[in-house]
Design a protein around this ligand. Structure first.
Ligand SMILES: NC(=[NH2+])NCCC[C@H](N)C(=O)O
Length: 362
């Protein structure tokens, strides 16, 4: 398994791609800068308090140590070069982020590593920091592919989901971004965290045209080896704080309605729905500390086998729910899961597992 790295995180580039990606959480906390950016205003650099970064790094190192103690072989990405950047694309530049939420920009399916097309400009360097590890897998016989790279120009984002979300949260209109000379239509965009892998079947969440186009690519690319099942708008993008498979026949789900969105054969699985998150389980932050995940983020657990699950120490209700259902819970400290957009599942990427892909849907 690879465990991400928080070293070198300094802040966020609040550009159009970042605002669209984090729209739902930013809107909830009343800090969404999209309209200004769409009108041509320059992106803003938003610092994260260095103490939070230090504590993040400490917690990620603890996660890596816990996995080693459970007998997992742990690999780490390259560090973010301190003098890296800026990244540039057609008509934009952005400050790169470290390879922290490595679940997002890579999808491992069977013997194949697929680099997925990032949705946030600052994240375009992350898979390069994993390249030495991917090279070793390649040399050992793995396939290694990258989906078509997106241009990420302002007008390359389909706004249909953003408009739907803004309307349901009572926010104002979402103006179209200005067209530019480097536009190439709606780019393919999809993160690995939009996919639940179940043996020979993949559940892929799509919420707008960028995702759907990427899902078309994935479906054609994997035809004959894996089956793609689409679910529409289970979430804005990532679903690994909404639905996770704990073992064949058992899901962990944010709420009961998740069941109805799944293909029929999976609706008969058991769904463990933990109690609502307790606000007392989280640190208190200032308005300047952007909250980039919902309070459900601790659902983002990491399974190492069919009974053992790594769970945030602070998530008391969730830990109890899993124990009641017969799982062995290994507590892991992860304080700032709302500031760095990810939990234990987001920070990890399983590359080699025991057993082979099985059939669960027939
Ligand atoms: N792979 C990830 N980065 N997943 C994080 C998903 C968090 C989800 N958007 C929420 O706010 O609850």
């Amino acid at each position: 398994m690879i465990v991400g790295s928080g070293t070198g995180y300094t802040g966020h580039d609040r550009d159009l791609s970042f605002e669209l990606f984090h729209q739902e959480n930013l809107l909830r906390y009343d800090s969404w800068h999209y309209a200004r950016l769409a009108a041509g205003e320059a992106p803003e650099r938003w610092a994260v308090h260095p103490q939070y970064v230090e504590e993040l790094v400490e917690d990620v190192e603890g996660l890596a140590e816990t996995l080693v103690s459970l007998g997992v072989t742990v690999h780490r990405p390259l560090a973010l070069p301190p003098d890296a950047g800026p990244l540039t694309g057609p008509g934009w530049r952005a400050t790169p982020t470290p390879a922290l939420n490595i679940r997002d920009n890579t999808l491992i399916v069977g013997d194949e590593i697929i680099e997925t097309p990032p949705m946030v400009r600052s994240r375009c360097l992350e898979t390069r920091l994993l390249a030495p590890l991917f090279r070793r897998c390649f040399e050992a016989g793995a396939r290694w592919t990258a989906m078509p790279r997106p241009g990420l120009t302002d007008a390359s984002f389909d706004l249909s989901y953003a408009r739907h979300a803004a309307a349901s949260l009572g926010a104002g209109a979402v103006p179209s971004a200005r067209p530019g000379p480097y536009d190439a239509g709606y780019d393919m965009m999809l993160d690995g965290a939009q996919i639940v892998r179940l043996g020979r079947d993949l559940i892929v969440n799509t919420a707008q045209a960028n995702h759907r186009s990427a899902a078309d690519w994935l479906e054609r690319h994997l035809r004959g080896r894996f089956t793609v099942h689409r679910v529409e708008r289970m979430a804005d993008s990532h679903i690994d704080a909404t639905l996770l498979a704990l073992r064949p026949g058992v899901f962990l789900a944010r709420h009961d309605r998740v069941r109805d969105l799944l293909p029929r054969p999976l609706q008969g699985w058991k769904f463990i729905v933990p109690p609502e998150p307790d606000p007392a389980d989280f640190p208190s932050y200032l308005p300047r500390d952007l909250l980039l995940t919902s309070p459900y983020i601790d659902l983002n657990v990491l399974s190492v086998d069919e009974t053992t699950v790594l769970v945030n120490t602070a998530a008391t209700g969730l830990r109890a729910a899993l124990e009641t259902n017969g799982f062995t819970v290994v507590p892991v400290r992860h304080r700032h899961r709302r500031l760095f957009s990810g939990g234990l599942h987001c920070f990890t990427l399983d590359t080699v597992r025991d057993g082979g892909p099985e059939e669960y849907l027939n």
